[in-house]
Design a binder for this molecule. Structure first.
Ligand code: ATP
Length: 232
């Protein structure tokens, strides 16, 4: 399989020491990859580097094209969706409007995309006219996912989608992620909860202090490698 996303020797930081140090990994079209590591390992920074939200050195390619020098919006237009940590929705806007404003497409396609999101998340369809602040945490996470799906991305970057949710709501969010992946969207899923991430991803990349310490099929990752990535 040729890579949809290809990250080669990427380093990035925030002015001081680098938070990412020569990271390389690939995600194939339609593949789900878990990005695991402890708090501060660099997971969020890597997703932001792919989107151009933090300046990065090294090479980032999406669908064969070099992303370097492209603004974030241009990267999104090429087919990269992003769900940031912490469920960013517009609380004062209705559920439907939250989706509408996230669409980059023409009005007719946008309406179709909203219906696709509602088909995936029936709870959102039922609450389409409610203000987003009235939604539960799990529903806000669904809305945040729905917003990222509006442009029909080929790759979805998810930053800790289960953070702060009850186990039941986190399960629902992960069921939705599996559904999105089964429909053919590639997913790069940053998670602190290894068990949960591995329920959705057949392959994992372990980050520790900004470096890749293991990359492979979940079945081949040793418990030791996973433990080291978190506590080593
Ligand atoms: P988390 O689970 O906390 O999001 P993470 O694996 O996503 O962890 P990052 O958020 O990418 O890790 O952080 C990597 C390193 O970069 C950490 O040392 C963190 O303190 C630092 N860092 C992150 N954001 C900033 C920032 N805006 N300014 C300065 N340093 C930052």
């Amino acid at each position: 399989m040729s890579a949809l996303l290809s990250i080669t020797g990427v380093s990035a930081g925030y002015g001081g020491a680098d938070a990412l140090d020569g990271v390389s990994l690939t995600v194939a079209a339609g593949e789900t990859v878990a990005l695991l590591g402890a708090n501060g390992a660099g997971k969020s920074t890597l997703l932001k580097a792919v989107l151009g939200l933090v300046p990065a050195r090294g090479e980032l390619r999406f669908d064969g094209a070099d992303l370097g020098g492209l603004a974030t919006e241009a990267r999104v237009r090429r087919g990269i969706g992003y769900v940031p940590e912490g469920r960013r929705v517009f609380p004062g806007m209705s559920v439907r409007d939250n989706l509408e404003v996230a669409g980059l497409a023409a009005a007719r396609d946008r309406a179709e995309d909203v219906e696709r999101v509602f088909a995936l998340f029936p709870d959102l369809a039922r609450k389409s006219r409610d203000s987003a602040w009235r939604l539960s945490g799990g529903q806000q996470q669904m809305l945040s996912l729905g917003r990222a799906l509006m442009g029909r991305p080929r790759l979805l970057l998810l930053d800790e989608p289960s953070l702060g949710l009850s186990p039941k709501l986190a399960d629902e969010v992960f069921a939705a992620i599996r559904h999105i992946a089964a429909a053919g969207t590639a997913v790069l899923l940053a998670e602190q909860s290894a068990a949960r991430a591995l329920s959705a991803a057949p392959r994992a990349v372990l980050l520790r202090l900004g470096r890749v310490v293991a990359d492979g099929p979940v079945a081949a990752l040793s418990e030791e490698a996973v433990r080291d990535a978190f506590f080593g």
